[in-house]
Design a protein around this ligand. Structure first.
Ligand code: HEM
Ligand SMILES: [Ca+2]
Ligand SMILES: [Ca+2]
Length: 307
């Protein structure tokens, strides 16, 4: 039900407005594009792409913010930039563009500005009037999960193994905190040894960044080779045992997994990766949107209208 021309008469410049604000934000924060595409992912996996992740707690307790769910707390970021984009869009076209569509547009701009593919974003999503914190805790994959668990969580929202590998390629940029991978560095699954699928030089680097009694909140690059560029290096890293998260390396190192040949293809053929990535972003962006007269166009992405 979504389409590329949804705002062509009501807000023809929306895509340029999003890009302009994002470019501004990138000047002082080269990571912000990565943070914004992740918000779209964490939105779409919970109740569909409906802006539910953007709602703050309210004072009567009817909104239990997804921001406080385990995968998001002290982790998702960029909400202030979403507010800035929303303000700029409201100034040009008041009451027209949903917060859910702003996340989808910001995701595309982020990839494109980082050297990845561009595509025309399907639009027409409306915003939820509810959040689902419990859903965020159960539906968003964790980095410690097995490949079969993560595959099941993608499948639950209609995404297949090719989508999983292509979309994991978003870890070609952005950062991750020590606490989300340090289980691999010293005592992996109670073995007293590091994860055997970690390249030893990379392991030594990671141990320096994340010492055993250091802060788990320190961040490092998800892609040690080209940390801010959207390219296929993520996949060659996996072939070199340089996946940062357990969930990354599992795509290549789980014996017999259907994901291995897809990693090999994307590593050797960046345009195959880009093509699949665009298709998979469209697939993810199509997860149960609110359309027609369902939901609303929020005036403030953090609050339901009239509250
Ligand atoms: C396949 C399952 C996935 C798992 C287990 C996973 C897990 C994670 C974790 C643990 C982090 C680090 C968070 C932090 O340190 O605060 C992260 C960061 C990130 N994820 Fe994923 N992720 C997955 C899929 C995806 C998908 C589908 C996308 C987008 C299409 C994505 C985009 C990102 C980006 C861009 C970052 C860096 C964010 C930043 O720098 O602020 N991830 N992910
Ligand atoms: Ca949502
Ligand atoms: Ca990269």
């Amino acid at each position: 039900q979504l389409n590329a021309t949804f705002y062509s008469t009501t807000c023809p410049n929306v895509s340029n407005i999003v890009t302009t604000v994002l470019q501004q934000a990138l000047q002082s924060d080269p990571r912000i594009g990565a943070s914004l595409i992740r918000l779209h992912f964490h939105d779409c996996f919970v109740q569909g792409c409906d802006g539910s992740i953007l709602l703050d707690n309210n004072n009567n307790g009817t909104i239990q913010s997804e921001k406080d769910a385990a995968p998001n707390t002290n982790s998702t970021r960029g909400f202030d930039v979403v507010d800035n984009i929303k303000t700029a869009v409201e100034n040009a076209c008041p009451g027209v563009v949903s917060c859910a569509d702003i996340l989808a547009l910001a995701a595309e701009s982020s990839v494109s500005l980082a050297g990845g593919p561009s595509w025309s974003v399907l639009l027409g999503r409306r915003d939820s009037t509810t959040a689902n914190q419990a859903g965020a805790n159960t539906s968003i994959p964790a980095p410690f999960e097995s490949l079969s668990n993560i595959t099941a969580k993608f499948s639950a929202v209609g995404l297949n193994v090719t989508d999983l590998v292509a979309l994991s390629g978003a870890h070609t940029f952005g950062r991750a905190q020590c606490r989300l991978f340090s289980n691999r560095l010293y005592n992996f699954s109670g073995t007293g040894q590091p994860d055997p699928t970690l390249n030893t030089t990379y392991l030594a680097n990671l141990r320096q960044i994340c010492p055993q009694n250091g802060s788990g909140f320190v961040v490092t690059n998800l892609d040690p080779t080209t940390p801010n560029a959207f390219d296929s290096n993520y996949f060659s890293n996996l072939q070199n045992n340089q996946g940062l998260l357990q969930s990354d390396q599992e795509l290549f190192s789980t014996s017999g997994a259907p994901t291995i040949s897809i990693v090999n293809l994307f590593s050797s053929n960046q345009s195959a990766f880009f093509q699949s990535f665009v298709q998979s972003m469209i697939n993810m962006g199509n997860i149960s949107p609110l359309v027609g007269s369902n939901g609303e166009i929020r005036a403030n992405c953090r609050r339901v209208n009239g509250s």
